[in-house]
Design a protein around this ligand. Structure first.
Ligand code: SAH
Ligand code: SF4
Length: 452
């Protein structure tokens, strides 16, 4: 989601007449986009800001401008605190207001008393002054549809993200997202389809639909009611769209229709990111996930009944408050039951204003670290096995990147694996979907040769 937002911010700034520079030293404006999901991310932001402060002082000494804008969920959560703690930051804005960034930048560039102050639309805007220099805090939850003002830039990429939903209503007890990204809002289905068509027209062939719970997508207009599977069908029908992924989905909102869509639509890739978080029903209850381990297993069984070859992916949190040895062992058991192709796993990180922060029985960091290592070792084993099983198969690969060596081109398979091709002519394969016969596999990469 942050990659999507950052791309949109870049597009907005380019459309407003700015250009990108390769070196930080050449920048007049720096925009940081931030994530607040785990604590480390916030530390990283302040560390990065410390570095930017030095750059700003150096630029000021040379009489050059250096505007620092911080957006995303850390900015949203910190708000005025960030302006206080980092007095050299000029603009603090949230995920709901970044469409106004070009005007915000114009506004802080000009001294406000010269009569040329740019009007900003967001009601929640606050302006602070430091040495007559305006500083902006713009973290409102605007009811305006920000997507209407976001440009899509044709950057000759073959794959693109497409946000279909903002925010989340699930309130998992560990999670900061509903607090920073706000309530769940599904975007207008026709607007999404229109955007997908413009992407296809500019050459995009792979779209990843984005949202916190894409499968709870629901949109009604005067004549029609859209659920997630309906939207997927419509996107898959667009000429030129050959591959569709989505992320993330929530186990409670998996419908039979969505499971069947995977079986029916060749464009819908056989990869399902279905975060479970824990293999203990007690922990899941404390997390407010609204399903038991058996519910999750039944859902996976059903997905596989219709789609035997699908690659399952998940997220895990270890060391949630109250997770004892037995609960953790149950997580390992679930992992063995499902057999994942990929996974993301994290130590529980207490987040401000979340319920889990105040729960008793917080787990020691050393225990969390030990559990994470055990879990990741099992997940790595499964991922390596999944990849090894692909040797001898022909996969469909979208090539889009150069490799480390000049004779390599890198792509992604329909199961989201990285695939490397050794060829004297990488450009020949760049930006195309090819059938690749897999000849080798490691934990993180496959290699193979082109099949005509
Ligand atoms: N909406 C998505 C997840 C968004 S956050 C979903 O529900 O699947 C991405 C992942 O970060 C989560 O799935 C979870 O595994 C992890 N995460 C979120 N909050 C966390 C926290 N406080 N500590 C550790 N990991 C967390
Ligand atoms: Fe966070 Fe839960 Fe919403 Fe995912 S579903 S964003 S984990 S509250």
């Amino acid at each position: 989601m942050n990659v999507y937002d950052s791309d949109k911010v870049s597009a907005l700034l380019l459309c407003s007449g700015m250009s990108k520079v390769e070196e930080l030293d050449d920048a007049d404006v720096v925009v940081l986009n931030t994530c607040h999901v785990r604590e480390k991310a916030k530390h990283k932001v302040y560390t990065e800001l410390g570095y930017l402060r030095e750059r700003k002082e150096a630029r000021f000494a040379e009489g050059k401008p250096f505007i620092i804008a911080v957006g995303g969920c850390v900015a949203q959560a910190e708000g005025a605190k960030m302006l206080e703690r980092a007095p050299f930051v000029d603009i603090v804005f949230g995920p709901h207001t970044y469409n106004e960034l070009p005007n915000m930048i114009r506004s802080v560039r000009k001294p406000t008393d010269d009569g040329d102050h740019v009007a900003l639309e967001t009601a929640h805007l606050e302006i602070f002054f430091k040495n007559k220099r305006p500083r902006l805090l713009n973290i409102g939850f605007s009811s305006e549809d920000k997507y209407k003002s976001l440009p899509f830039l044709n950057v000759e990429k073959k794959s693109a993200y497409l946000a279909i939903q903002e925010g989340c209503d699930k309130f998992c007890t560990y999670c900061v997202v509903p607090h920073t990204r706000g309530r769940e809002v599904s975007r207008d289905a026709q607007a999404i389809i229109q955007e997908a068509k413009s992407m296809a027209a500019s050459g995009v062939c792979e779209i990843t639909l984005l949202g916190q719970n894409v499968n709870s997508y629901r949109y009604e207009d005067v004549s029609e009611k859209w659920l997630f599977a309906d939207l997927i069908r419509a996107v898959c029908e667009i000429d030129g769209i050959k591959r569709v992924f989505y992320t993330s989905s929530h186990p409670v909102d998996v419908t039979l229709d969505l499971i069947k869509a995977h079986a029916e639509l060749p464009q819908l890739m056989p990869f399902w990111h279905l975060p479970v978080q824990s293999g203990s029903t007690n922990v899941l209850r404390a997390m407010n996930r609204h399903y038991s381990v058996d519910d999750y297993k039944r859902t996976v069984d059903n997905i596989r009944k219709y789609n035997p070859d699908i690659a399952m992916c998940s997220d895990f949190i270890v060391g949630f408050p109250g997770e004892d040895d037995e609960a953790f062992e149950q997580t390992l058991e679930l992992v063995r039951y499902v057999n994942y192709a990929q996974a993301f796993s994290f130590k529980y990180s207490p987040r401000p204003n979340t319920v889990a922060c105040d729960l008793p029985d917080q787990v020691d960091d050393s225990v969390k670290a030990e559990r994470l290592a055990r879990l990741q070792s099992l997940l790595r084993e499964q991922q390596t096995q999944f990849n090894t099983n692909c040797i001898g198969q022909t996969l469909s690969v979208l090539f889009q990147k150069h490799g480390k060596c000049s004779n390599q081109v890198l792509g992604k398979s329909q199961f989201m694996q990285s695939v490397v091709l050794h060829t004297p002519n990488p450009e020949m394969y760049m930006n195309s979907i090819r059938n690749v016969f897999i000849t080798g596999a490691t934990l993180s990469c496959l290699e193979g040769r082109i099949v005509n």
